[in-house]
Design a protein around this ligand. Structure first.
Ligand code: ATR
Length: 280
């Protein structure tokens, strides 16, 4: 952990609707306290109707910035003044900061996903083929990240094939769209499987997959983190694959926002992980 004792009395927030479930305050307040920064981070419930006015009021500078969560990520992108290329490509913003009266927007889901894999499964990106289940907002950020890392072949698999096709068209090149029925077959010879769908959340049933047909020591990861070990991860572990849980992505995606607002790059530590785990 950085030992800076700077006093930066900045205010930040997370805005969404509903917002009660958000664990972002726990994460950011932990870093504020650990780093001795006199800033604040609060939860704000903002309805979709109220969101444009909420964003407009940010230009006054009361807040240094904040996180945007469901259902405002697309609106935040459209209503911000300066959008970085990552948020533009993903089509959604989850992190804002205010500079000279202008609202800047980025998306940290991609860096959160990549940083989590880098920290937990070094060398994961040496594989040629990845299989991504799901075609929602989280999938867009992850597909963009996998393309950035140069994964040669990415199969995006979704219950609603049209949504998968939209993503293949959007990002092109390495990505192809597939139906759910093809999932098991697509795993053969793959080196990475990512679940970005809500399958397995709260221990809901998932299809049985042949993780043993993936390359030896492949990586199976999930953005679901309740339960921490999802049914996909448990199945992959039984055949000796490396697994990475989704809690790390949540923690890592928070890093760039904190650095923007409070001027210090925080660290994702085991202590922080345990703190958030105790709240799940
Ligand atoms: P997010 O923005 O978090 O990715 P989302 O846009 O609601 O959330 O996407 C959820 C993903 O989970 C979608 O890919 C969805 O498939 P559809 O596009 O067909 O809706 C997938 N999903 C949710 N429940 C599912 C289920 N029971 N079986 C298969 N896929 C499911």
């Amino acid at each position: 952990m950085n030992d800076s004792r700077e006093t930066i009395d900045a205010k930040a927030f997370v805005a969404g609707y509903p917002i009660a479930h958000s664990r972002s305050p726990l994460i950011h307040r932990y870093w504020l306290s650990q780093l001795g920064i006199a800033g604040s981070y609060e939860k704000i419930a903002v309805t979709p109707e109220a969101f444009p006015d909420f964003l407009d009021a940010l230009r006054s500078g009361e807040f240094r910035g904040g996180n945007i969560t469901i259902p405002h990520k697309e609106a935040a992108l459209k209503l911000s003044d300066v959008v970085d290329p990552v948020a533009e490509a993903i089509g959604a913003a989850n992190t804002l900061w205010v500079e000279d009266g202008l609202i800047h927007a980025t998306n940290t889901d991609e860096t959160g996903f990549l940083a989590n894999l880098d920290a937990s499964a070094p060398g994961w990106d040496a594989c040629d083929t990845a299989v991504v289940l799901g075609a929602g907002g989280a999938s867009r950020a992850i597909l963009h990240g996998l393309c950035e890392r140069g994964i040669k072949q990415i199969y995006v698999v979704n219950r609603t094939i049209e949504r998968a096709k939209e993503l293949a068209d959007r990002f092109g090149g390495a990505i192809s769209a597939h139906r759910l029925e093809a999932l098991d077959e697509l795993l053969v010879g793959a080196g990475l499987f990512v679940n970005t769908s809500s399958l397995g959340m709260d221990n809901s049933p998932v299809p049985t997959l042949g993780f043993d047909h993936m390359l030896p020591h492949s990586v199976v990861t999930d953005i679901v983190y309740v339960p921490l070990k999802t049914p996909f991860m448990l199945a992959a572990e039984t055949v000796g694959m490396r697994t990475v849980d989704g809690l790390g992505m949540l923690l890592h995606q928070a890093v760039p926002g904190f650095e923007k607002w409070f001027g210090v790059r925080p660290e994702v530590t085991p202590e922080l992980r345990n703190l958030v785990l105790s709240d799940i």
